[in-house]
Design a protein around this ligand. Structure first.
Ligand code: 0RA
Length: 628
């Protein structure tokens, strides 16, 4: 029988989880698709912690037919023993008490205190039901919860070989807007986790369509860099690998150069992508700049020659992964590392180790120095080109492009810029728009592929120049979001392969030269309808196959028109279906998964023509609906 104290404790616990249900966003960020997927990451994080402690080698995620998800690992199993203070088995404590994990589990690099890392009890609180199975002490245990509350005690249900934990949960439909998991989203994150934790095997399976994958990388981030550079021309074969440990901070770096012009540095802290950078990234940049300049001075430079950080990072692909006992995350999305000691630790690590590597590998050093020197010269030429365009007034906001039909509002927060494919659709958009808030910029020619060109070439492209001057923000290092003339930039292209191509080119440009615009959530993709369905006087629009089928089911026989281009709609139709804020559908572009976006960009835009053809054939549908 429970004692009085125990009941009081019980009520407190219930209150704890009630708080999570009341304000889910405080614990998992949001209750949209992103928050939903976060539930899976939360459970997986616990298994990863077990792997980081050296006890778990396999994690398996299964999307079940009934809509639930299971996460299984072969770790030690959540303790089933009765915890003296709470008089309950560890499993029940872990599932019902907020932040219980940390209290009896002190692993070196817990992600708790990180981005979310709130513990599996939060997942329980936000699930309609959750079942946990533990294999421990040669026995198998089971407990079920509903809405976070145990229905029955932890039970022994049989014998077991080995150890491990399996958590199966069904998200609560009263909490989440939708509860359908996206295989692709989960798979990408799990692959990333497998790259970041070498030797760990992660499997994913979708019982609904039989898809399954297994990720396992003995080379860890070395393989990650190779994967990112898969379709690029690399300047040397094996990525340079650096590892070091200091004051409980574990740092791994993998580096490879390509013949491209962009830099791709991805940084992680305790497996969390630090999109906003921070002290570790500053240390990395300072270290690599210093070590390459010092090597250059000793070996190749003429007197007084010096390379800028940008020159040195042209064509660089790098992964920097840090495991830190007490990370401090800052910034708008809590993805900037604040720990001040990291700058020095990373800087001296890369300086010392890369210095030795460069001395021992003169051929590679020569190639890298040569690349940086070329970059330096090209940048000088680009600076002159920019100066020239500026003198001509081409990229000043005072000289707006002739093709731009600007809006009358001067309030940027309310203003929207539509980038429209083709002059004819551009014309319709100009007639159909709301003049007060909608600016229209028709794009005629092909947009330059910025992935293949340096800045001086890019600034010769009329379409791109028009976008830059319309936006008013400048680009690259000079980008200033405070000068944005519109808080929404909406890409409006045809729903065909050409449209997808133009959209990708534009996104590549924004990704490379105005990334902050994407990060601020200013970039959108318009969703024109795919079908017009006419029955008698009734005209309906469908934006997906599914919607079309539903409409046909509801209204019966009707004539169906498939839209091929924006040009098929007259101005009022274009307004009604695609531009009217009351009805339109806009997809916001995110750089959430910059690695995946970059990979897609390089496959679609890079050197390897064969890879591009294959990719487009395999993913024609996704490319059409590209939402990176
Ligand atoms: C607390 C202590 C121990 C393991 C775990 C928690 C643990 C939690 C999860 C969650 C998912 N998988 C997990 N695997 C392990 C260590 C207990 C011991 O000393 O044996």
């Amino acid at each position: 029988m429970p004692t009085d104290d125990y009941e009081i404790e019980d009520i407190k616990v219930l209150e704890g989880l009630q708080a999570v249900r009341k304000r889910p966003a405080m614990y998992i960020g949001s209750t949209d698709k992103k928050g939903l997927h976060h539930l899976v990451y939360e459970v997986v994080d616990n298994s990863i912690d077990e792997a980081l402690s050296g006890y778990c080698t396999l994690i398996e995620v299964v999307l079940k037919q009934d809509g639930s998800v299971s996460v299984t690992d072969n770790g030690r199993g959540i303790p089933v023993e009765i915890h003296k203070k709470y008089d309950k088995p560890g499993v029940e404590i872990a599932m019902t008490m907020l932040h219980a994990g940390g209290k009896f589990d002190k692993t070196a690099y817990k992600v708790s205190g990180g981005l979310h890392g709130v513990g599996v009890s939060v997942v329980n609180a936000l699930s309609k039901w959750l079942e946990v199975e533990v294999k421990r002490n040669k026995k198998k245990y089971y407990q079920r919860f509903e809405g976070g509350t145990p229905v029955g005690n932890l039970k022994e249900i049989g014998t077991a070989d080995g150890t491990g934990t399996k958590v199966t949960f069904y998200p609560d439909t009263e909490i989440f807007e939708e509860i359908a998991f996206d295989y692709e989203t989960l798979s990408k994150r799990l692959q990333e986790l497998a790259f970041l934790n070498k030797g760990l095997t992660i499997r994913i399976e979708n019982e609904n369509d039989g898809r399954q994958e297994q990720f396992s990388y003995d080379g860890g981030i070395i393989q990650y860099v190779k994967y990112i550079n898969k379709n690029k021309n690399c300047l040397f074969n094996e990525p340079i690998y650096i590892r070091g440990e200091k004051n409980g901070v574990d740092i791994e770096i993998a580096i490879q150069y390509t013949d491209g012009y962009t830099e791709n540095i991805f940084t992680f802290v305790n497996n969390i992508n630090t999109h906003e950078g921070g002290t570790h990234l500053s240390g990395f940049k300072a270290g690599i700049t210093r070590v390459i300049n010092d090597y250059g001075k000793r070996n190749v430079f003429k007197k007084d020659e010096i390379l800028s950080g940008e020159d040195i990072r042209e064509g660089l692909t790098a992964i920097l992964s840090c495991k830190i006992p007490e990370p401090q995350f800052e910034g708008q999305t809590k993805t900037r590392l604040g720990n001040s000691e990291l700058k020095g630790i990373v800087e001296s690590l890369i300086y010392d180790k890369l210095s030795i590597f460069l001395e021992e590998n003169p051929t590679i050093s020569g190639v890298v120095l040569d690349k940086a020197l070329r970059a330096s010269r090209a940048r000088e030429a680009a600076r002159r080109a920019r100066e020239l365009t500026r003198r001509k007034g081409l990229i000043e906001s005072s000289a707006l492009p002739g093709k731009l039909a600007d809006c009358s509002s001067k309030d940027a927060t309310q203003s929207e810029l539509y980038l429209v494919e083709g002059d004819s659709a551009g014309g319709s958009a100009k007639q159909g728009r709301d003049r007060e808030f909608h600016a229209i910029l028709p794009l005629r020619g092909k947009i330059l592929n910025v992935e293949k060109s340096r800045l001086d070439k890019i600034l010769e492209n009329k379409e791109i120049l028009a976008i830059i001057s319309a936006m008013g923000t400048g680009i690259g290092d000079e980008f200033n979001i405070d000068k944005a003339r519109y808080y929404k930039v909406i890409i409006m292209t045809d729903a065909d392969v050409d449209g997808a191509h133009i959209r990708t080119l534009l996104l590549t440009f924004f990704f490379r030269y105005m990334r902050e615009l994407i990060e601020a959530g200013f970039v959108y993709i318009a969703q024109p309808p795919l079908y017009k369905i006419v029955k008698g006087k009734q005209e309906l629009y469908a934006y997906s196959e599914k919607e079309k089928n539903k409409i046909i089911q509801d209204i019966g026989k009707a004539s169906i028109h498939r839209y091929k281009g924006l040009g098929e709609m007259n101005p009022p139709q274009l307004w009604e279906t695609t531009m009217d804020p009351a009805h339109r559908i806009l997809k916001r572009v995110t750089v959430e998964d910059a690695v995946a976006a970059n990979l897609l960009f390089s496959i679609l835009m890079g050197e390897d023509v064969e890879a591009r053809r294959e990719f487009i054939e395999q993913h024609a549908k996704e490319v059409m609906n590209l939402d990176i």
